[in-house]
Design a binder for this molecule. Structure first.
Ligand code: FAD
Ligand code: NAI
Length: 475
């Protein structure tokens, strides 16, 4: 007889593995199926995030930042190093080690929480007696049964038509994270999050990087002031960013890749590079899931259709993370996974989409939560803005990193915080205070009245809150 479970989770990325753990904590008998294989063919749970996304990209960002500091900035501190050299193979091996620690950590967490892990591809077979039969195709094949099913099958990189990924010359995020030597010239299509993060890694290591972006505006989703400051900083660092381009042809040859495009003025241009990263967004992944077997509804983009609570069109089938609508972020996937497990348990799982933070781990880092100035204007909301530059922050000066600012936007009448936008050092950590403040519906005055440690970057958040009331103390 097939193994029976209260909850079967298909996909072991941040959406799936966190849902499985939360469901197990709530007392359910849980299985999680994930097909990702490590180089030896063994299980590598953690999904895109752990294997070819958040974690490895941050490992390379850290290594390349150390390299840049050692080569360009240590001297300011009186440290002489001689010629600094980069061993790319060692950097990649370290990154692989960090990934493995995370894979192993998830396998440990499954054991600790008594989640049954199945290594293989999960696909729907049939709905039967109010439950679902799921085939697991791994080293062996078996069918398991779940009363409730959570689909968390994630997303894949979107290829540019006519420029399929070969992961040698034309790279998705996967290939971009395991380039064997620093390319002399690197092209990037798309100045979104991956383009900027991966472009930064290889630029810091010495590549001449050109990013081609279709839209005429840079980082349109970010606050305009933040995007402007970031573009200035990236350009100064040597990242060449061309906006408003139209790609006409990509030729992949033995010696590299040639991109033909029209620039913003319509003039024909050609860019010859050794490697090309294509980072133009991601598409939901349901490959091999066999949704047709049970009539699971997908939309025209291939995303699983869900309501605000992650319920699909089928009773007892839920979907979370990149495979459904909403931002493709690991923490959004996790929050949905927890909320679904709690809903299955009859609790009131909750995800507040209005306070999902965004972070881009470039240098300067970019982070925001809530609405931008341009959104507030478009929504006709009367607001007050307060901004404080890191240039006036003692800790930032001591760090030697004074680029950027913190900006707080608050409702003109109630003073409730509507958005916080940070470009500068450790923005990824600073944004947590803003998320917390918005979750508690804080006013800018609330932050202004909280004691912040000195000297710390977080004092800039307090000062930005004071600036909303035009009473900064240090600027
Ligand atoms: P995934 O992580 O994609 O996991 C899905 C899993 O399901 C995979 O392991 C897959 O193998 C498995 N699977 C699929 N189909 C089946 C099947 N039929 N049977 C069994 N298993 C299956 N987000 C952030 O928040 N912060 C970041 O810093 C960040 N950096 C990123 C950097 C890069 C380069 C990329 C590409 C993405 C980054 N993201 C980041 C986005 C983040 O990785 C995703 O939002 C997140 O991984 C989505 O989680 P998920 O669980 O929905 O899907
Ligand atoms: P993205 O959506 O961030 O950016 C894609 C960019 O490519 C856009 O600016 C778009 O205008 C541009 N583009 C699209 N088609 C184009 C074309 N034909 N020619 C030129 N430009 C074109 O997508 P990206 O960078 O691929 O990342 C995918 C997702 O992964 C992100 O949306 C994000 O959700 C997630 N991610 C998150 C990270 C983080 O949180 N720090 C890091 C990396 C990825």
């Amino acid at each position: 007889m097939s193994k029976q479970f209260d909850v079967v989770v298909i996909g072991g990325g941040p959406g799936g593995y966190i849902a499985a753990i939360r469901a197990a904590q709530l007392g359910f008998n849980v299985a999680c199926i994930d097909e990702w294989k490590n180089a030896a063919g063994g299980p590598a749970p953690g999904g895109t995030c752990t294997n070819v996304g958040c974690i490895p990209s941050k490992a390379l960002l850290q290594s390349s930042e150390h390299f840049e500091h050692a080569s360009k900035h240590f001297a300011e501190h009186g440290i002489s190093t001689g010629k600094v050299e980069m061993d790319v193979a060692k950097m990649i091996a370290r990154k692989d080690g960090v990934v493995k620690q995370n894979n192993d950590g998830i396998l440990y967490l499954f054991k600790k929480n008594k989640v049954s892990f199945f290594h293989g591809r999960g696909s729907f077979v049939a709905a039967k007696d109010g439950a679902y039969e799921i085939k697991v195709a791994g080293a062996a094949e078996e069918v398991i049964v779940g009363k409730q099913v959570i689909v968390a099958t994630g997303s894949n990189a979107r290829p540019l038509p006519g420029a399929e990924f070969d992961e040698v010359n034309i790279l998705s995020n996967d290939g971009a994270l395991r380039v064997g030597a620093v390319p002399k010239k690197l092209g990037v299509i798309g100045s979104g999050v991956i383009g900027l993060e991966m472009g930064s890694v290889w630029r810091r290591l010495g590549a001449e990087v050109t990013i081609l972006e279709a839209l005429p505006t840079f980082l349109g989703a970010a606050d305009e002031g933040v995007a402007k400051e970031a573009l200035k900083a990236f350009t100064k660092q040597g990242l060449k960013i061309e906006l408003g381009v139209k790609i006409s042809e990509i030729k992949n040859g033995k010696k590299g890749v040639t991109v033909s495009y029209a620039d913003a003025k319509g003039a024909a241009q050609e860019l010859a590079v050794d490697k090309l990263i294509v980072s133009i967004g991601r598409v939901p992944n349901t490959t091999g899931l066999n949704p047709e077997a049970v009539g699971l509804q997908l939309d025209e983009r291939g995303a699983i259709v869900v309501d605000g609570d992650c319920r699909t069109n089928l009773p007892g089938v839920w979907a979370v993370g990149d495979v459904v609508r909403g931002p493709m972020l690991a923490h959004k996937a996790e929050e949905e996974g927890v909320a679904v497990a709690e809903r299955i348990a009859g609790q009131h799982g909750h995800v507040n989409f209005a306070t999902v933070p965004w972070v881009i781990y470039t240098s300067p880092e970019i982070a925001w939560v809530g609405r931008t100035e341009q959104q507030l204007k478009a929504d006709g909301v009367a607001y007050k803005a307060g901004q404080f530059p890191f240039l006036a922050n003692g800790r930032a000066r001591a760090l030697g990193d004074t680029t950027g600012f913190v900006k707080i936007l608050a409702d003109a009448a109630s003073d409730e915080i509507l958005g916080v936008h940070i470009v500068g050092p450790m923005a990824s950590e600073l944004i947590a205070e803003a998320v917390m403040a918005m979750e508690f519906k804080a006013s800018s005055e609330d932050i202004a009245r909280i004691c912040h440690a000195h000297p710390s970057l977080s004092e800039s958040t307090k000062e930005a809150a004071l600036a909303v009331d035009k009473r900064t103390l240090n600027f």
